[in-house]
Design a protein around this ligand. Structure first.
Ligand SMILES: Cc1ncc(COP(=O)(O)O)c(C=O)c1O
Length: 397
C-alpha cells in the first residue's frame, strides 16, 4: 500500500519539476537582515518581510531574552493557564494601538485567519473574498462551509454584483474579507469603495493588515487607519511577523466579536499559548513600530525609488504601490532561471510560482527594507535589468 503512495507521490513531484514548479528549502543565515548568507556567500536580501528592519533591534531582542527567563514555554492553552498577565497587558496595548475595544493575540496570522473565519461564518452565511486574498483566508472560508463568493481582484463592480446575488438568494448574513496590501502583487485594496458597499449591503468587514501593519498609518496601525476608514472595519487582523520583526498575530475589534471568538475559535482554544519570549518581543516591537516614523519614511522612499527604476527599465510591477515590488515574468521555469541568475550576482530574490500565484503569472517578488543601502539598490536595479534583457523579459536596458 505504501508503495502505491510513494509511486504516485513521485509522479506528482516529477510533474512539478517538468512544469518548472519544483520547490526546495534553502538554508540561509540571517534571513531578516539586509544582507544574508547563502552557502557562505554574502547576498543582498530582497526577500524579507522585515520591512522596518527591526527584527534585529537590540531592545526587542533584550525584551525577548528578559521574558524568556520566565520559562521556555507557556505550558498551557489560553483558556487553561496560558493567559499570562503579560499576554493580558499586551492585548490591552494592541486594542489601544488599533483604537478598538478589545484584542486577542494568536500564534500566527495563518491560525488567526483560519480560526476566525471558521468560527464566525456558518454554512448559511455568505462571504465575499478578493481572488488574491491570502491562502489562510481561503482556507478559513473553506473550513467554515459558508457560501464563498470570490470576486475578481479589486473589481468592485464584480463585488457588488455578487452582493446583489447573495441578497436575491436570501442569504442571512454577509461578510466581506480582504487583504489591505496584497502579498504577491504589492497593490492595495480599494477600501473606500469596499466600505461603501459594506454599508449599502449591510455586510460586516474583516481586513488582513499583515503587510500594512507598521508600514502605513500615523503610528503604523495599518492602511485602514492611514485612510481614515478603521472605524468602519468590524474585524481587524494583523501579524507581528513582518514589519514588527517578531512573530504572532492579533485580531482586534468590538468586545462582542472578541468574546465570541473566546467561545468558538478553535485555533485560539485548542493550542498552547505563545511562549513568554515571543510575548516579550511583540510587546517591545509594538512600541518600536509606533516610534518608527523615520524608518517608515525611509522604507517608502526606497520602495518608490526601486519600483520606478524597475518600471523605467521596462518591467511590469503588477500595480505595486507598497514595499512589495514584483516583476512579472509569466513562465515558472523562466522565473526560476531569473532568480538563479540573481543569486549568481549575489542578490536573493525568490521566484513566486503557481499555486501561490495564478497560472502564467510567475514573478520575482522583491521586498524593501528601511535599512537597505541606497547604493546597493541602485546596483541591484542594473543587474536585474541586464538579466531581464538576457532572458527576454524586457527589451531594453
Ligand atoms: C496577507 C497575509 N495574511 C496572513 C499571513 C500569515 O501570517 P503568518 O506568517 O503570521 O502566519 C501572511 C503571510 O505569511 C500574509 O501575507
Amino acid at each position: 500500500m505504501s508503495q502505491l503512495w510513494e509511486q504516485s507521490i513521485r509522479v506528482d513531484l516529477e510533474r512539478f519539476a517538468n512544469e518548472g514548479l519544483h520547490r526546495k528549502l534553502t538554508a540561509v543565515k540571517r534571513g531578516a537582515s539586509p544582507y544574508l548568507t547563502l552557502q557562505g556567500r554574502k547576498m543582498l536580501n530582497l526577500s524579507s518581510n522585515n520591512y522596518l528592519g527591526i527584527a534585529e533591534h537590540p531592545a526587542i531582542i533584550q525584551a525577548q531574552i528578559d521574558a524568556s527567563l520566565q520559562g521556555a514555554g507557556a505550558g498551557a492553552s489560553r483558556l487553561i493557564v496560558g493567559h499570562d498577565l503579560q499576554v493580558q497587558e499586551l492585548e490591552e496595548a494592541i486594542a489601544n494601538f488599533k483604537h478598538t475595544e478589545s484584542a486577542l493575540v494568536f500564534a500566527n496570522g495563518y491560525m488567526a485567519n483560519i480560526g476566525v473565519l471558521s468560527a464566525i461564518l456558518s454554512p448559511t452565511d455568505a462571504v465575499f473574498s478578493d481572488r488574491l486574498n491570502h491562502a489562510s483566508i481561503v482556507d478559513g472560508i473553506r473550513l467554515s462551509g459558508a457560501k464563498h463568493f470570490r470576486y475578481r481582484h479589486n473589481d468592485m463592480n464584480h463585488l457588488e454584483t455578487l452582493l446583489c446575488k447573495a441578497d436575491e438568494q436570501g442569504v442571512r448574513r454577509k461578510l466581506i474579507v480582504t487583504d489591505t496590501v496584497f502579498s504577491m502583487d504589492g497593490d492595495v485594496a480599494n477600501l473606500s469603495k469596499i466600505v461603501e458597499l459594506k454599508k449599502k449591503y449591510k455586510a460586516a468587514l474583516m481586513v488582513d493588515e499583515a503587510h500594512a501593519g507598521g508600514v502605513f498609518g500615523p503610528r503604523g496601525e495599518g492602511l485602514c487607519e492611514h485612510l481614515g476608514l478603521a472605524v468602519d472595519v468590524d474585524i481587524h487582523m494583523g501579524t507581528f511577523s513582518k514589519a514588527f520583526g517578531s512573530y504572532g498575530a492579533y485580531i482586534a475589534g468590538k468586545r462582542v466579536w472578541i468574546d465570541y471568538l473566546i467561545h468558538t475559535c478553535r485555533s485560539l482554544i485548542y493550542t498552547t499559548a505563545l511562549p513568554p519570549a515571543t510575548i516579550g518581543s511583540i510587546r517591545k516591537s509594538l512600541d518600536c513600530v509606533q516610534e518608527a516614523d523615520g524608518l517608515r519614511l525611509a522604507l517608502h522612499e526606497k520602495s518608490d525609488y526601486f519600483r520606478s527604476a524597475l518600471q523605467a527599465r521596462g518591467f511590469n510591477t503588477c500595480g505595486s504601490s507598497t514595499p512589495i515590488i514584483p516583476i512579472l515574468i509569466g513562465d515558472g521555469a523562466k522565473a526560476l532561471a531569473f532568480s538563479q541568475k540573481l543569486a549568481e550576482h549575489h542578490i536573493m530574490a525568490v521566484a513566486i510560482r503557481p499555486p501561490t500565484v495564478p497560472h502564467q503569472t510567475s514573478r520575482i517578488r522583491f521586498t524593501m527594507m528601511a535599512n537597505h543601502e541606497q547604493a546597493m539598490l541602485e546596483q541591484a536595479v542594473d543587474k536585474i535589468a541586464a538579466i531581464g534583457k538576457e532572458l527576454g523579459v524586457v527589451r531594453h536596458v
